[in-house]
Design a protein around this ligand. Sequence first.
Ligand SMILES: *Cc1c(COP(=O)(O)O)cnc(C)c1O
Length: 349
Amino acid sequence: MNYFSKKYDNLTPYTPGEQPQDKKYIKLNTNESPFPPSPFSQRLVREYVGDIYLYSDPTVNKLVKVASEKFGVNEDEILFTNGSDEALYYAMLAFCDDSIGAAFPDVTYGFYKVLGDLTNTDCKEIPVKDDLSIDPDDYKNLNRTIFIANPNAQTGLYLTNDEIEDIVKNNKENVVIVDEAYIDFGNESAIPLTKKYENLLVTQTFSKSRSLAGGRLGFAIGNKSLINNLNTLKYSMNPYNVNTMTMYAGIGALIDEDYFKKNCETIVKSRKYLKENLENLGFEVTNSCSNFVLARTAKKSGSDLYKELKEKGILVRYLGDERIKDYVRITVGSKEQLDALLKAIGEIL
Ligand SMILES: *Cc1c(COP(=O)(O)O)cnc(C)c1O
């Protein structure tokens, strides 16, 4: 007997990157940080772990206070979530319905389509250009809720704040969600634009640049009324969405600014190193502004390269989507990890 509601017949769940537990891999497949959480984060978590017999603070007030100061917004303009995936889910529920569809690039974070299908939202997937970049002109007056990852997922390509602003101001009737999961690796956030545009919602995560992927922490920043909408949904589904240990880990990560900055700078340097070395091996590599690169070579298919690297104990991501099926996506790991990767690729080719 199948008890699963028919409304899910067309739902294909998101496939997360492998988190294998069988043996130790050099893990360059899910864009985590190669660095541990800041020592201050770790200390706060240890100090407050005894508090988890109580429910967490649903307003995450201590974290909101630190964050609102750090990002220069009011406390009612920010909402913390269980990973930014949760913020994206709330946004899809809040700003899309039978009459308002969603729009996003055809090459981007796969979760948008999954959320669209889950919530029965009509999704328009707008092709990126041949060079995999987004043309901002394709996003004007769409009459849809727009999701743009900036830098874009999979490609790492970045739209300037002027280009983002152009999209936001040409969609005044709809919400534009700018997913800044990768913004900290050398680029400028659109958060200041939320002061000017009531239809802009920016999301960020602590999973990539702040070394807290397993802590599950993300947030959305926008006009008070957008944040209110998201809160209505949060309090209808998961009022205690951010757990106490994660709240303290987040506070530590925000306060320990030096540690965060140093790690981001290291990633940016290593990204350049990885790109140059892959190019020397004959790869074509996107001009990524994030903590991964997307690379292909005529000498080996993406799927074979993925498989052969895995046999050598190195995990990269093979996405397999039609437009990028020749490519593998490689997280910018530590220098040692990247050297092991480059050596393995040299051997394979
Ligand atoms: C990793 C990622 C997310 C989700 O991050 P979590 O905060 O771990 O849920 C969202 N968007 C993009 C583009 C990502 O790459």
